[in-house]
Ligand binder design. Structure first.
Ligand SMILES: Cc1ncc(COP(=O)(O)O)c(C=O)c1O
Length: 295
């Protein structure tokens, strides 16, 4: 079965899916994106992802190319045409194609691309293997809360992690405080069993997994504190993990070569993994647009 993608109004075989050479996403990284997990035939947290997409567009003054209802239809159509029940969907909106000029085009025609891929979601019991992370200076721009496709510093940091045999790089601000991962939010559990993640500010992306997990922590009566934490505090933590829509909850057992806790996946991380897995499973069917959980 050919892999089908959506590009500016057309469903095309993936190998033919392309945008104009003067698309501003290509020339200026002038665009935004979203990644939504698909689990057992439903989109996990679709609504908050689309809310964040609107906010990113608004922040960059890019007009939405289609209405939300149309976008939800296109997403479902791409998943249907690719017969994906487990995987992820990628949406990208740029300011569109125009003769190269830094200033916005007078009549921008924003461009939309939707692609999807299959993934096998491991049950949490299998996924619960600890990984290592390294820390690096956060050299990104000052608006990391916008989910922009301008990801070069993230790409370079992630490659350094891969070169070091680590799963992720945690980025540090000028005060040595962890901002987030290259493609994930960072969390620790302190010796007092406090769950800590950085507060929402312009230095981190407000992760949807982060948001959902905050609610689940509350249900599990785990004390959550949103505040900055340093690399030293992370290394001395009882547990650590990072979250994203496709990595879900990844336990961290090593930071820059320092073992975290007893080097095993911690109890709170384990409980959160199980709760998040159950949450993903109970998301509504996506058969029709607009039936997602109200948030
Ligand atoms: C920089 C960054 N932070 C955090 C996240 C996690 O966001 P979400 O949970 O919405 O996937 C991502 C996801 O791609 C990211 O790129």
């Amino acid at each position: 079965m050919p892999n089908i993608s959506y590009v500016n109004g057309r469903y095309v075989p993936h190998r033919l899916a392309s945008v104009h050479v003067e698309d501003r996403g290509y020339q200026f990284a002038d665009g935004v994106y979203e990644v939504i997990a698909v689990r057992g035939g439903h989109l996990v947290d679709e609504k908050p992802h689309l809310v964040r997409l609107s906010k990113s567009l608004e922040a960059l003054r890019i007009d939405a190319p289609v209405t939300d209802a149309t976008l939800r239809f296109i997403i479902r159509e791409v998943l249907r045409r690719n017969r994906i029940r487990n995987g992820s969907v990628y949406l990208q909106i740029t300011r569109g194609a125009a003769p190269r000029n830094h200033a916005f085009p007078e009549h921008p025609d924003s461009a939309l691309v939707v692609t999807a891929r299959h993934m096998t979601w491991q049950p949490p019991a299998h996924a619960l293997k600890g990984v290592s992370v390294i820390t690096l200076p956060d050299i990104r721009w000052k608006k990391s809360h916008i989910k922009s496709v301008s990801l070069l510093p993230n790409v370079l940091a992630k490659q350094k992690a891969v070169d070091a045999g680590a799963a992720e790089a945690w980025l540090m601000d000028d005060d040595g405080m962890v901002t987030e991962g290259t493609a994930s939010n960072a969390w620790i559990v302190t010796k007092d069993n406090e769950l800590v993640t950085r507060q929402l500010d312009e230095e981190i992306l407000g992760g949807i997994t982060r948001q959902t997990l905050g609610g689940l922590a509350e249900e599990l009566q785990i004390r959550l504190v949103e505040r900055p934490f340093s690399v030293e505090e992370a290394k001395a933590a009882r547990e650590a993990f990072f979250t994203s829509s496709t990595s879900l909850i990844k336990p961290v057992v090593d930071i820059d070569g320092t073992q975290i806790g007893d080097g095993e996946v911690g109890d709170i991380t384990r409980r959160l993994c199980l709760a998040y897995d159950a949450y993903m499973n109970r998301a509504p069917e996506m058969a029709s647009a607009g039936t997602e959980r109200g948030q």
